[in-house]
Each structure stands twice: as C-alpha cells, then as structure tokens.
Design a protein around this ligand. Structure first.
Ligand SMILES: C[S@@+](CC[C@H](N)C(=O)[O-])C[C@H]1O[C@@H](n2cnc3c(N)ncnc32)[C@H](O)[C@@H]1O
Length: 221
C-alpha cells in the first residue's frame, strides 16, 4: 500500500534541506509532466495561485514569467528552510506579488489566504503519508474558490513496459529506505479524490526517461 512506509515531516525537512538546488536535476523526468500541467492548468485565467512544496521555485518562476497574468498573486510554501531561501532568491524579480513562507509541514492553508484559483502540488503528494494526503486535499478544497482547480503532477504507477518496471523498482527501493528516493513513491492521486467534492478536468500519465508521472487537474465542487 503506498504510504505504508513513513517519511515524517522531520525526515522531509532534513532531506530537502540537504538536497536543496539538486532538486532541479530531476527535470529529466519532471519537465514533460510539468509541461503537461501547464498546458492543461489554464494558468492564464488565474489571479491567485498557492503552491505547496514549491522547492527551488522553478515551477513558480515559469508560471510568473510566461503564464500568469501580470496582476496575479503567487504564494509558495515549503517545509525546508533551504528551499524557502532558494525560492525567495529565484522569485526576487516578482517580489511585489510573489511570497514564500516556511511551512511547519501541516496544512493550515487558510492562514495564507482564501479563494485561490489554483492550488499546485508538483512531486509532493507522492511523499506525503496517506493521512497527510487526505488532510492536504481537504485543506486545498477549503482554500479554492468554488470552481477553482487543484493542479498536481507526481510519481505514479507505470502504464506497461519499462514504465511499469521503473515504478515497481522505485516502490521497492522506497519500501527499503524512503530517503533513497527523497521519500517519494508512485501513487494515483485520483484514488484519493472524493468524487462528491472534486471533478476531474484532466488526467494523464506522462512517461519520461521511463519514469511515469500522473498529471491531474481537478475542480473543487
Ligand atoms: C520532491 S520535492 C519537489 C519540489 C518542487 N515542487 C518540484 O517539483 O521541483 C518536494 C518538496 O516538498 C517539500 N515538502 C515536503 N513535505 C512538505 C510538507 N508537508 N509541506 C510543505 N512542503 C513539503 C520539500 O521540502 C520539497 O521542497
């Protein structure tokens, strides 16, 4: 069962404080999925975006420079002080409308504002415990305006061939020692969505360098 091996908030903070800027080397499997998320996330219509686990601010910089309206506000949260510092530095050109905060790892999202048009998670749900995934989804629903979109990309199960071998091997390594894979393991976020609260707008599995990622856009009902 995904999530049966624990990677605590403290484990995540310690690991990503150490990993820091090396996160950007993961583009060889993340970039194609992030591109699909941008294609399907209609960010040009968003005035307020919240990102959880913003990492180095790479995705935020892409949104702010090329996709969000010039008037849009961005709020990023991360549990790692190293990541918060890197993201603040990277987003300096948009400091008048982009803010980054250190998170305690919980999901008190209303503390950072309400009525977001998009809440973004890229390669974050896949390192949360099953309990935290439910908390994060519920908190996300509470801060999205009605009709707002959850936008997620993350590791998922393979679709056959090499991608299935890669996801099985990844799950196996995670089961031995989660920190060997940054706490992340393949899962299907759609399995966690309450159909009475979310409508799936777009879902696809993107495979890059044999690594499968689930790209999911879901509307808060
Ligand atoms: C795999 S990295 C992905 C970073 C970035 N979203 C990307 O796609 O490059 C996971 C990020 O989530 C952060 N993180 C982990 N658990 C978190 C939590 N409970 N709350 C906020 N951020 C968290 C980590 O510090 C790290 O920056």
């Amino acid at each position: 069962m995904p999530g049966s091996v624990s990677f605590s908030h403290e484990d995540a903070r310690r690991y990503y404080d150490w990993f820091g800027a090396k996160q950007d080397t993961q583009g060889f499997y993340e970039n194609a999925a992030l591109g699909a998320l941008i294609e399907n996330g209609a960010f040009c219509d968003a005035q307020a975006v919240l990102e959880i686990g913003c990492g180095t601010g790479k995705f935020a910089a892409r949104l702010l420079s090329d996709h969000l309206p010039a008037s849009a506000r961005y709020v990023g949260l991360d549990i790692s002080g190293t990541m918060v510092a890197l993201a603040k530095e990277r987003l300096e050109p948009w400091a008048d409308r982009a803010e980054i905060h250190r998170s305690d790892g919980g999901f008190d999202l209303p503390a950072f504002g309400m009525s977001f048009d998009r809440v973004v998670f890229t390669y974050v749900f896949d390192l949360l415990s099953v309990e935290d995934i439910s908390k994060a989804l519920s908190a996300t629903h509470s801060v999205l305006r009605t009709g707002g979109w959850l936008c997620s990309a993350g590791l998922t199960r393979g679709t056959g061939g090499l991608s299935s071998i890669t996801s099985a091997a990844w799950t196996w390594v995670h089961g031995i020692k989660p920190s060997l894979v940054g706490g992340c393991r393949p899962l299907a976020l759609t399995d966690f969505l309450d159909k009475s609260r979310w409508r799936v707008v777009h879902r696809e599995v993107v495979v890059s360098a044999t690594v499968p990622s689930e790209v999911l856009v879901a509307e808060a009902l």
